[in-house]
Ligand binder design. Structure first.
Ligand code: PEP
Ligand code: MG
Length: 325
């Protein structure tokens, strides 16, 4: 089976009736790029940049970040790399800057909240990403945004960094696409307000499920309640896709849900444009995509929106994946 899946490497991620889905990969380290080629994913849909910052005494310098981002961009070009700005806090503590004694760390000083308060850390990262953008197809993405005020503040900081680089005569992609992660219920429910400020949405379902169902994603006692096929989650996904497409914005999923082969038809049927998955899962997802008919995926999604129980949704999804296997 593995051999068969490997043969999919060169095949496009297209349904049996010709509907193209973008299949990209989530990475934490630049070294993982070779896995992309091996497993036939095109581009990086989520580069979790915080791994460059963890397990070291001080944040990495702008230059060293620019080197890493630039080499990833060069290696992937013309395929895109979506570099997510620093997402620390929650269970990823930046030891030199944060403490682990917040009462509700996942609701606390995390990701974009931390970055907007710490321009001394955020600005060098934005500059490094901009500098890397001339080497390939680089996109910026902000994590954990809960309101447009934050999004606008982040974009203002980005514009400032662009001005500086222009003054310094440093080249960068003037049209670098900017996206926002949709991983907080308020962002999902007001996605249309975010649309004018970005080029793409990427659904972080790991956090979106955690916050929507109030289930700590790292607490085993409540993990049985962590249900990606909960109707509340499906409604949010559907809403975000609609809001995105109405505004000519493409919509990706980069949470673990995207890498579940049983759920791929449902997500495609809901209109998701891109699935970004752990590299080793890419062949399995591509296999499902290539056997699937887009028309069946649409029908499946419509049906699933009618079911009351997450278990029924999953069962119906499993039936379809078995039928096409
Ligand atoms: C997510 O929340 O779904 C996501 C992709 O981000 P992370 O898992 O890094 O929080
Ligand atoms: Mg997240």
């Amino acid at each position: 089976i593995l051999h068969e899946l490997e043969q999919l490497r060169e095949q496009p991620a297209k349904t049996a009736d010709g509907y193209a889905v973008r299949l990209s990969a989530n990475i934490e380290w630049a070294e993982e790029l070779r896995l992309l080629r091996k497993h036939g994913a095109s581009g990086v849909g989520l580069f979790r940049s915080e791994y460059l910052f963890l397990n070291r005494a001080e944040p990495p310098s702008e230059d060293s970040q620019a080197d890493v981002y630039g080499s990833v961009a060069r290696e992937l070009a013309p395929e895109p790399v979506v570099i997510r700005t620093l997402d620390v806090g929650g269970d990823r503590i930046l030891p030199s800057e944060q403490t682990s004694n917040e009462l509700n760390p996942f609701l606390g000083w995390r990701a974009i909240r931390f970055c907007l308060d710490r321009p001394d850390i955020f600005r060098p990262q934005l500059r490094a990403i901009l500098r890397a953008s001339r080497h390939g197809n680089v996109r910026i993405m902000y994590p954990m945004v809960c309101c447009t005020k934050e999004l606008k503040a982040a974009n203002r900081m980005l514009e400032k960094c662009k001005d500086e680089l222009r003054d310094e005569g440093v080249e960068f992609d003037e049209n670098i696409p900017v996206g926002v992660m949709i991983e907080i219920p308020s962002a999902a429910l007001c996605a249309e307000l975010f649309a004018p400020h970005v080029d793409f949405f990427s659904l972080g379902t790991n956090d979106l499920i955690q916050y929507t169902l109030a289930v700590d994603r790292v607490n085993d006692h409540v993990s049985h309640l962590y249900e990606p096929t909960h109707l509340a989650i499906l409604k949010l996904l559907q809403y975000v896709v609609e809001a995105g497409h109405k505004n000519d914005i493409w919509v990706s999923i980069c949470g673990e849900m995207a890498g579940d082969p049983v759920l791929a038809p449902l997500l495609i049927g809901l209109g998701i444009d891109e699935l970004s998955v752990t590299p080793i899962l890419a062949p399995m997802i591509k296999d499902v995509i290539r056997k699937l008919k887009y028309s069946d995926a649409r029908e499946l999604a419509q049906k699933c929106m009618q079911y009351r129980s997450p278990v029924t949704v999953r069962r119906r999804c499993r039936e379809l994946t078995r039928e096409i296997a």
